[in-house]
Write a protein that binds this ligand. Structure first.
Ligand code: AMP
Ligand code: MG
Length: 414
């Protein structure tokens, strides 16, 4: 009697991720985009400032610019010799006078402090000819220094930086109207499984027994777009090997990545596996995580092939843990690990799995974490209810009050 094939040992997530990232050759093609259109993209070159920000010393308050030597004690009265609004530049300050000044306006030469208007008494109306300074000013107060934000010649944003709202604002603050970014990864998305039905093609009451709607396609499409990818949706893969091979070959020519969900479980009959194997190579991994476990990586021509598990939550979580860092690295991002924090578990988890578990949890108003009651890998409501994952080492039980490792969806879905 033939012995059954030995089961491959489970791989750790760390090991699997390292293997996956080692296959990545970052995309070298770049394009120049208007800064307004570059949200979510990755810089292809350092952004160097050709000027300092702020360009000159300026006031951070509405008030009066003066020389501190002119005000040895509170109560000094001086004439207002000029008015400097933001966007104008004043004349050098005459000694023993003050300049009316507004937030953002350049400090006149000679002045070394701003006194805010609340600390002065305008002796006739707000733009009075004379003011009484009712505090003892300290040299340098309420002055923003030239270059305190950005020095001229500084690299303000480095190659490989992912662009978000703050980065776009900073680029604009040094005059960048356009930015050189890495081209979007082109991803071909396939779903597999004869049970799958596309929403819109069959009404809920008409679904045949055993049929389910294709949900993975929708969240994978959304996740891919959030990661800056251009998605071609190949829909549900036809149920024939030659048609699958044909679709894969076609997809591999014009895409950096082919992403599928379903059909990577051990021993499963599926056309994806033989199709990929006939066109390139395929490594079917068993990763020691829950949800998750089956995961495939290979090459079809120059394109990467990634096969996610079919169970929706497994697919969702595996994407976040493996595909997200993969796609970031493909775009040239160096730091791809999500930031985690230690938070208090306000729940018990008495039966730990041998595998590293990713529990769907939600932060509560007491600063702790609540657990979604159903942690099954098919229950997509858990991912909607949750606002993050607890990364729990294999074999570890959790007692109320324990500190656990939390990774927020805000971090993973950004
Ligand atoms: P598989 O990995 O193909 O064995 O699929 C595991 C489970 O996930 C099965 O119950 C499938 O019906 C389900 N599944 C696979 N693909 C999808 C999909 N695109 N949308 C929703 N459920 C899916
Ligand atoms: Mg299947």
């Amino acid at each position: 009697m033939a012995m059954p094939p030995a089961r491959a040992p489970l791989q750790s997530l760390t090991e699997a991720l390292a293997l996956l990232l080692a296959t990545v050759e970052p995309i070298s093609a770049t394009e120049v985009l208007a800064t307004l259109d570059a949200d979510g993209r990755v810089l292809a070159a350092d952004v160097v400032s050709a000027l300092q920000v702020p360009p000159q010393d300026n006031s951070s308050m509405d008030g009066y610019a003066l020389r501190t030597v002119d005000v040895p004690a509170p109560g000094v009265e001086m004439p207002v010799s000029q008015r400097i609004a933001a966007g104008t530049s004043g004349a050098p300050l005459q000694p023993q006078t003050v300049a009316r000044i507004f937030t953002g306006a350049p400090i006149p030469a000679g002045a070394d402090a701003i006194v805010m208007q609340e600390d002065c008494l305008a002796l006739a109306g707000s733009d009075a000819a004379r003011v009484q300074v009712n505090v003892l000013p300290r040299s340098g107060q309420w002055i923003r220094r030239a270059g305190e934000d950005v020095a001229s010649g500084a690299v303000v944003l480095a190659k490989g930086q992912r662009l978000g709202p703050a980065e776009l604002g900073l680029a604009a603050s040094i005059g960048m109207a356009s930015l050189s970014v890495v081209k979007r990864p082109r991803v071909a998305l396939f779903s597999t499984g004869d049970e799958l039905v596309m929403p819109g093609t069959v009404a809920p009451q008409d679904m045949r027994a055993g049929a389910i709607y294709n949900s993975n396609r929708f969240f994978l499409n959304s996740l891919l777009r959030r990661m800056g990818c251009e998605v071609t949706d190949f829909g549900i893969v036809p149920d024939k090997l030659d048609a699958t091979v044909q679709a894969m070959r076609e997809a591999s020519a014009a895409h950096d990545v082919i992403l599928t969900s379903g059909g990577v479980s051990v021993g499963e009959e599926d056309h994806i596996k033989p199709a990929v194997q006939s066109l390139g190579n395929l490594d079917l991994m068993q990763i020691a995580i829950k949800p998750g476990k089956p995961f495939a990586h290979g090459k079809v021509g120059a394109a990467h092939f990634i096969g996610l598990p079919g169970n929706p939550v497994s697919s969702f979580v595996t994407f976040l843990l493996l595909v997200r860092p993969f796609l970031l690295r493909l775009q040239g991002v160096a730091a791809v690990a999500p930031v985690a924090s230690k938070l208090r578990a306000d729940f018990d988890w008495p039966r730990a799995d041998k595998r590293q578990e990713f529990l769907r949890v939600r932060r509560n108003a007491q600063g702790g974490l609540d657990l979604f009651p159903n942690q099954s890998s098919g229950v997509l409501t858990s991912a909607v209810w949750a606002d993050g994952l607890v990364d729990n080492p294999g074999g570890q039980t959790i007692q109320k009050g324990d500190m656990v490792r939390f990774i927020s969806f805000a971090e993973l879905l950004a």
